[in-house]
Design a binder for this molecule. Structure first.
Ligand code: TXA
Ligand code: MG
Length: 327
């Protein structure tokens, strides 16, 4: 079992020292919980791959506190500066050309590095206390559902790490949006996430290239870790545009669970779950991984999930559902 720490000044200082000495810590961000290590320490970063059972060709995101730290590890473009000015601290990750100080293991041998500045107050404090960037992928076993609460990290990785900092439930509940900002005139979204494509395009005043529509069409060389199958429960998951006749089908087959976007108006069976009271996309996103984990713990043979409207945050919600449904 890991020790779950409250984010007091004293505990954060202790964790910054633990990270400096090569340790791994479960940390809260506004998107999902991360598994943190000193990004400039190759041995510590290597442990992240071991603990997550993550393939070594899947690079890590570096979390920074300041512009100085950005300049320390990469070559920012004007496009990146514009995006970061607008959306940092917040759920945006930019890909930029890396400097040699970043160990190869962190970037999986690529000459680019993924960088983000989290808006979670605990992560803000921790990155400021650490005089090095923090490498942190989501704190889930490779390909499983991402964690949005400290107890999710404990359940999945608690037997492999010593400390988890509890920063409460994550505000967004979906990972950051990743954008390749190396080419000034062609921003390219590599992963949909908590920041919608529309928000990015409005800010830039130009269109951003988007990832392929179906999960399996992604080009692995560009974003090595963005695999078709991801975020997956153990139960088999199926995504449908609308669940019809729910009252009837839910009682007929109790081994199948149904995941709705919005709370239904009628009394439901134990195999019916929902992601929001009112259908608000922010609530749906914030609850998605938590509810999927709950359903998976019960162990239904099949989960049928309803997709969101393909607009705003709905794009990232559907992306996660489709990947979770991949064989
Ligand atoms: O919200 C988030 O981004 C969370 C929190 C903890 O910050 N982190 C996260 O990390 O989602 P992770 O490792 O689960 O996903 C990072 C993705 C991977 O798919 C990886 O392949 C991609 O970022 N990535 C990292 N470096 C890259 C690079 N240089 N070029 C292209 N893709 C990269
Ligand atoms: Mg992840």
């Amino acid at each position: 079992m890991a020790t779950i720490l409250q984010p007091t000044d004293e505990n954060l200082l202790q964790m910054s020292k633990f990270l400096l000495s090569g340790g791994l810590v479960g940390i809260p961000t506004e998107t999902v919980y991360g598994l943190a290590a000193n990004a400039l320490d190759p041995e510590a970063s290597k442990k992240i791959f071991e603990v997550k059972n993550r393939p070594s060709n899947d690079p890590l995101i570096c979390h920074v506190a300041s512009q100085e730290e950005v300049d320390q590890i990469c070559f920012p473009t004007d496009l990146a500066r514009k995006l970061c000015d607008a959306f940092w601290p917040g759920p945006l990750t930019v890909i930029l050309r890396k400097k040699s100080v970043v160990p190869e293991i962190v970037t999986a041998g690529l000459d680019s590095v993924a960088i983000r500045c989290s808006s979670h107050p605990v992560m803000r404090s921790l990155t400021r206390l650490c005089e090095f960037p923090i490498a942190a992928p989501s704190a889930n076993p490779f390909a499983y559902i991402s964690p949005t609460r400290a107890e999710h990290v404990e359940t999945s990785l608690g037997n492999k790490i010593e400390y988890i900092i509890d920063g409460g439930p994550c505000e967004f509940g979906l990972e950051s949006t990743i954008i390749d900002a190396r080419e000034e005139s062609s921003p390219r979204i590599l992963r949909y996430g908590a920041l919608s494509p529309e928000e990015i395009e409005d800010e830039l005043g130009m269109e951003a290239q988007r990832p392929a529509k179906t999960a399996s069409d992604n080009i692995p060389q560009i974003a090595p870790g963005i695999l078709p199958k991801h975020y997956s429960p153990n139960s088999k998951l199926e995504v449908v545009s609308k669940i019809l006749d729910l009252e009837k089908i839910a009682t007929e087959d109790e081994d199948t669970a149904y995941l709705l976007l919005q709370k239904p108006r009628f009394e439901t069976e134990r195999n019916v779950f929902w992601l929001s009271e009112s259908g608000r996309l922010q609530d749906i996103a914030a609850n998605l991984f938590d509810v999927l984990r709950k359903m998976d713990t019960i162990g239904f043979s099949r989960i049928v999930a309803e997709e969101a409207k393909e607009l705003g945050l709905g794009v990232a919600i559907n992306d996660r559902l489709r990947r979770a449904a991949q064989d």
